[in-house]
Design a protein around this ligand. Structure first.
Ligand SMILES: Nc1nc2c(c(=O)[nH]1)N[C@H]1C(S)=C(S)[C@@H](COP(=O)(O)O)O[C@H]1N2
Ligand SMILES: [Mo]
Length: 210
């Protein structure tokens, strides 16, 4: 949902889009590169990097899909300016991954990895947000291949590129590093309410040197 605000015309509470966004009818497909083919026998979800015990964790598709399922109603804001409001995402909260594979105390950021080496970096607190979800479903239906089947991350409070489709794992990091779009001109943090679209808008401390 958009953040409710008082409207100028009489105080009714109505949803609002982040600055510069427009409402999109339907659900367009936006990504770089081809749609990967899902091969269940080869698929695994990995957590690696600075885990608390130094061990990697690995789930098969069957194991990951059996983790406790929840739903989150959230909007999708693409940096190219379309927004889709009020989708119900179903899947496994990012917090579940943090609980089952705890990060070391020194972890400050994560890199979320997807097929073909796509990646996106997040501050640990953004990844740990209670609404961040590894989605398998949208509005009660399995994701389609082009929308990220079998698994995509949705981080409702950030621009949608922070949520990789076809996600395959998470790397725990003790320092920040830019992901795919963050290296290619998009903002390191990507808060749509602050309109953090491009890396040239970054303030000192928002991200690693470019
Ligand atoms: N693997 C991967 N995930 C990705 C992207 C991508 O290029 N590759 N693009 C992101 C961007 S910019 C957007 S807006 C959303 C779009 O999701 P949709 O195609 O389901 O609408 O996916 C995000 N996830
Ligand atoms: Mo996007």
């Amino acid at each position: 949902m958009g953040q409710p605000v008082e409207s100028a015309s009489g105080g009714a509470v109505q949803p609002e889009l982040p600055p510069g966004q427009r409402l999109q009818r339907g659900w367009p497909v936006t990504h770089y590169g081809p749609v990967p083919k899902f091969r269940p026998e080869r698929w695994e979800f990995r957590v690696f990097g600075a885990t608390a015990d130094g061990e990697k964790r690995c789930w098969t598709h069957e194991e990951f899909a059996a983790l406790p399922y929840t739903t989150v109603v959230a909007d999708l804001h693409c940096v190219t300016k379309f927004s889709m409001l009020g989708a119900e995402w179903g899947g496994i909260p990012a917090r579940t991954v943090l609980e089952l594979a705890p990060p070391a105390d020194t972890v400050t950021h994560v890199m979320v990895w997807a097929e073909y080496g796509f990646s996106s970096n997040l501050r640990l607190e953004d990844f740990a947000d209670e609404r961040a979800i590894f989605a398998t479903h949208k509005d009660g239906e399995l994701l389609t291949a082009e929308h990220g089947f079998p698994l995509r991350l949705v981080v409702p409070h950030l621009y949608a590129w922070k949520g990789p489709k076809w996600v395959r794992g998470v790397e725990y990091m003790t320092a920040d590093r830019r992901g795919f779009w963050e290296e290619r001109g998009y903002h390191n943090i990507g808060d749509p309410w602050k309109e953090q679209r491009y890396s040239y808008q970054e303030e000192p401390g928002d991200g690693p040197e470019l």
